[in-house]
Design a protein around this ligand. Structure first.
Ligand code: A2P
Length: 326
């Protein structure tokens, strides 16, 4: 079955990677529509052996034969346009934070909750750091139960789009940041996104709330500190977990290594550079935390642009096709 696909934000870092992943997976595309802002109108983008002209995103320009639209152009663009695509018959997979916490929208990591994917409307792609930890936590939750989770993230500059990558490069040439509030080269910025009244940042609240929604544990005790690090691609997350029951570490590692979407890499330590370009989540440094009853420490890394964004969105699209074909 071939379908008509739109990529909204096709000139951006995630949009470009969506096209790369669609191509790698030979996604059965009939017609392809590439949308971006007015700035990119008329720009040419090659996909497989054909050249496509970027279309300015306006309500009038939304084609009425789109089956699946992959959005990665920021929350305000999604807010303004996603429903318009749905009204014209498309199913939207949205990479922004716009719809993630809506009760009537599925928030999907296919390895974890593909059964929640609807056959119409808007589906939300989770935050990149949330996606990184979900496959491993799903396994631990099902097998042992989760009592409490503490996240400390080490997030690459590409999480802030092209602007984040440019800041790192420009800082290295002695220039000031434009995207970040501070210099990121040779530095760490101990917050990501806007501060909330709680003292947490929006990024931290996303990780907390999205974890609860995806795992279906609305009362899960979970906290997060999100930090920007001077790394180009891949986010690392130090995860401290208290399980509900005791475990044999060897059995736990063996089980985790068989979990969907997880690669256990306890000897070859997962680093951002090693994981860049990969589609799985890499788990290492698995060890008991003896400071609490059934404690466990993990270090998890995933490519934030691929599994953390583009790959996850394309995998949702693949699930939709699979369901339609059944
Ligand atoms: P454009 O390249 O025309 O600005 P990144 O996060 O890497 O910066 O990418 C953001 C993506 O979202 C780009 O493709 C960008 O297009 C697109 N985008 C940003 N604002 C809009 C908008 N108002 N309408 C459509 N696309 C937008």
């Amino acid at each position: 079955m071939s379908v008509n696909v739109a990529v909204v934000g096709a000139t951006g870092l995630v949009g470009q990677t969506m096209l790369k992943v669609l191509n790698e997976r030979n996604f059965p595309i009939n017609k392809l529509y590439l949308y971006a802002s007015k700035r990119s109108k008329g720009k040419k983008i090659k996909y497989q052996d054909k050249e496509y002209t970027v279309i300015e995103l306006t309500k009038e320009n939304i084609a009425n034969d789109i089956d699946i639209a992959l959005f990665s152009a920021g929350a305000s663009t999604s807010n303004e346009f996603a429903q318009e695509f749905v009204n014209k018959g498309a199913i939207v997979i949205d990479n922004s934070s716009c719809f993630r916490m809506d009760d009537d929208k599925a928030l999907v990591v296919p390895e974890v909750n593909s059964e929640t994917i609807p056959d119409k409307g808007i589906i939300a792609n989770p935050n990149c750091s949330t996606i990184t930890v979900m496959p491993a936590l799903k396994y631990l939750s099902d097998k042992y139960g989760l009592e409490r989770v503490v996240y400390s993230t080490y997030q690459s500059v590409s999480g802030a789009g092209m602007g984040g990558l440019n800041d790192l490069d420009n800082n290295l040439k002695g220039e000031k940041s434009q995207k970040f509030d501070d210099q990121i080269a040779f530095n760490l910025i101990p917050y990501i996104d806007k501060f909330q009244d709680s003292g947490y940042t929006k990024e931290e609240e996303k990780m907390i709330n999205e974890s609860r929604k995806i795992l279906g544990l609305k009362d899960l005790r979970v906290t997060a500190t999100c930090v920007r690090v001077p790394v180009r691609y891949s986010h690392g997350v130090s995860v401290n977990v208290e399980l509900k029951k005791d475990f044999d570490l060897k059995d736990l590692i063996e089980g985790l290594s068989k979990a969907k979407g997880v690669v256990v890499s306890n000897e070859i330590h997962p680093t951002p550079l090693k994981v860049e370009g990969k589609d799985e989540t890499y788990v290492g440094r698995i060890r008991r935390d003896n400071s609490v009853k059934y404690g466990l420490n993990l270090w998890i890394v995933a490519d934030n642009i691929r599994k953390g964004a583009a790959t996850n969105a394309v995998e949702i699209a693949q699930e939709i096709l699979k369901k339609r074909e059944e």
